[in-house]
Design a protein. Structure first.
Ligand code: 13P
Ligand code: SF4
Length: 305
């Protein structure tokens, strides 16, 4: 069966079940092509919280589908590849977080959405890479615990010198595989290009960037920038829409290591099978859902730009 036929069958099933297909910006091109919404973690959370669809097909990784299930109780959330996880999210557990909280009583916890529902349930507020700075600034506290991404945390901390950060040493293995040497080589090959990277990158890599932002932030930046050439420091899947938005511009991946194996798992076959069987469903226990929802809703209450 051709990709086009699979895509048509998926669209038919979505219509039949009143479903919506949400895809993260790192998904395979052919999956992004048929998504109703593509976006960063923040945009997809917002969409999940307000959709009128009965079924959400989440093409992304487990924590994203879990967030959709938390924000949209009563909706069926399908994750076509239940094995699509996020190693960073697995780097902190609720028990470990509780231990850290006990060492710092009363200090609020800001949790990056790349985390389990259980960890969110033990947190005060969530953030994404798009709104982390606003979330941190919204806190009426001069000290905070930031989990699990040490790189996003340290990137944000430099803009908030009045607050003391307690970091968790989690990280994204995909972004940390992008080395200074790889970026410097691309810069030497393309001296007229701007270098843009995600805040999950190692600090020494972010220090080389002309702009550091979330995945959707990269679309806005590259579309509106007068520059014609960009070295892109995030997962390779982002190039698809960057190129679609700006066919006259050139996008160069900063390192061949920028492939997230989990983000690349979901194929059209998986999406089709998921819609045919209405499985696998992502669920969160009501006790955890209520608490995690509080942290997510607090984040969503912060106005966007
Ligand atoms: P954003 O889409 O929020 O920029 O996050 C990137 C990411 O690593 C998702 O796993
Ligand atoms: Fe997790 Fe990194 Fe993959 Fe995003 S790119 S899902 S943070 S491992």
């Amino acid at each position: 069966m051709s990709d086009v036929t699979k895509q048509q069958l998926i669209k038919n099933l979505l219509k039949e079940h009143n479903g919506v297909l949400l895809a993260h910006n790192y998904m395979r091109d052919e999956v992004q092509e048929i998504a109703d919404i593509t976006g960063d973690s923040l945009a997809l959370s917002i969409e999940a919280s307000k959709t009128s669809a009965d079924i959400i097909v989440f093409c992304g990784v487990h924590f994203m589908a879990e967030s959709a299930a938390i924000l949209s109780p009563g909706k069926k959330v399908l994750l076509p590849r239940p094995d699509a996880g996020c190693p960073m999210a697995d780097m902190v557990t609720a028990d470990e977080l509780e231990k850290l909280k006990a060492e710092h009583p009363g200090v609020p916890v800001v949790t990056y959405v790349n985390s389990s529902a259980e960890v969110k349930a033990h947190s005060d507020i969530c953030c994404t890479s798009a709104n982390a700075l606003k979330v941190v600034r919204s806190l009426d506290a001069n000290e905070l615990i930031f989990v699990p991404d040490r790189n996003l945390g340290r990137w944000i901390a430099r803009f908030v010198p009045d607050k003391k950060f307690i970091f968790w040493e989690g990280f994204c293995p995909t972004h940390e595989r992008m080395t200074v040497a790889a970026v410097m080589q691309k810069k030497a090959e393309h001296p007229d290009a701007l270098f843009i990277c995600h805040p999950e990158s190692a600090p020494e890599v972010s220090a080389l960037a002309d702009h550091v932002c979330s995945t959707s932030g990269m679309y806005d930046y590259c579309r509106t920038s007068p520059a014609k050439k960009f070295i892109i420091g995030t997962e390779a899947g982002i190039i698809y829409k960057l190129q679609l938005d700006s066919p006259d511009k050139q996008f160069i991946l900063a390192s061949p290591a920028l492939f997230c194996p989990n983000m690349k798992l979901t194929s059209l076959d998986d999406v089709l099978l998921s819609l045919q069987t209405l499985q696998p469903i992502v669920t969160v226990s009501e006790e955890i859902r209520t608490k995690a929802n509080r942290a997510l809703e607090r984040m969503l209450a912060i106005p966007r730009d």
